[in-house]
Design a binder for this molecule. Structure first.
Ligand code: NAD
Length: 265
């Protein structure tokens, strides 16, 4: 199956590192013109270097997705420069790893402002452009936590559950303009948001025991899904949340078959 994204104008937020950087690189590889947005200027430069060295089209914009004025200026500039915006990937996100009785009000606000409000602000700013085109793709970072929350990370789970509902509501509002809106829910991909691979072996084993495919996810595996959702091949998919989690909690005790296999060996 060909995923041809040649010359598509694609905005990726949170492109400075982690999954967002992998998304930017993968879109560039597929021939898209990638506009990477982040608050981390230096990290964006490094991502851009890798992309432009490979001969692909890249532009970095230092934008905070919680700031409406910065967003409006950025998307206006992109639309004027390239004449269109085909894809918006709302990937920027932050954690809030604290029990709810320890979380401060400002930590709660940051979590909701980046993960949820930023996604709405970014989406709102591209909507008139995509409506004029009668085409577009908005793809949002949810999380497995939106499906099954984890105690101790409650604000994050609530914000990501909001992402799922916003995805569906946007899909409904934008359907008449042929704009699809979907969400991806990564499971456990080691990045700076979670530092999974830096934890004790015992803790890592406990986390891996929740997975049907008992291994960490790769950023590139998330990029495979997002590029597919952005392509013409996904034209009839909207309002969905697709989980890229190695089958996290697909069964009640996914580690049991691994123990059986080890015992039989
Ligand atoms: N890694 C996982 O296993 C996992 C699991 C579930 C969901 N996710 C989601 O995937 C997305 C990417 O996460 P990641 O693992 O790559 O984390 P990460 O921390 O490596 O990357 C997040 C990026 O978002 C950027 N960002 C944060 N606040 C911003 C703001 N105000 N404006 C612009 N950019 C901002 C950061 O600078 C960073 O580059 C996030 O939305 C995250 O919640 C990741």
């Amino acid at each position: 199956m060909l995923i041809d994204l040649t010359d598509r104008v694609v905005i990726v937020t949170g492109a400075g590192r982690g999954i967002g950087a992998a998304l930017a690189e993968r879109f560039a590889l597929e021939g898209a013109r990638v506009i990477g947005i982040d608050i981390l200027e230096e990290d964006l430069k490094q991502v851009g270097q890798a992309i432009t060295t490979a001969g692909a089209k890249w532009e970095a914009l230092t934008v905070d997705v919680t700031q409406a004025a910065q967003i409006t200026a950025a998307t206006k500039a992109v639309a004027e420069r390239y004449g269109r915006i085909d894809v918006l990937v709302n990937n920027a996100g932050v954690g809030a790893d604290k029990p709810l009785d320890e979380l401060t009000e400002s930590e709660w606000d940051r979590c909701f402002n980046v993960n949820l409000k930023g996604l709405w602000l970014m989406s709102r700013s591209v909507m008139p452009i995509m409506k004029r085109q009668n085409a577009g793709r908005i793809i949002n970072a949810a999380s497995f936590a939106a499906i099954v929350p984890m105690a101790g990370v409650g604000a994050y789970a609530a914000a990501k559950a909001g992402v799922v509902q916003l995805t569906r509501a946007l899909a409904g509002e934008l359907g008449p303009w042929n704009i699809t809106v979907n969400a991806y829910a990564p499971g456990m991909v080691p990045t700076d948001i979670n530092h999974f691979t830096e934890r004790s072996q015992e803790e890592q084993d406990r986390l891996l025991d929740m997975l049907t495919l008992r291994r960490w996810g790769a950023k590139e595996e998330v990029a495979d899904l997002v590029c597919f959702l952005a392509s013409d091949r996904a034209g009839y998919i909207t309002g969905t949340v697709i989980d890229v989690s190695g089958g996290k909690l697909a069964t009640q005790v996914p580690s049991a078959p691994y123990a059986r296999r080890a015992a039989a060996a």
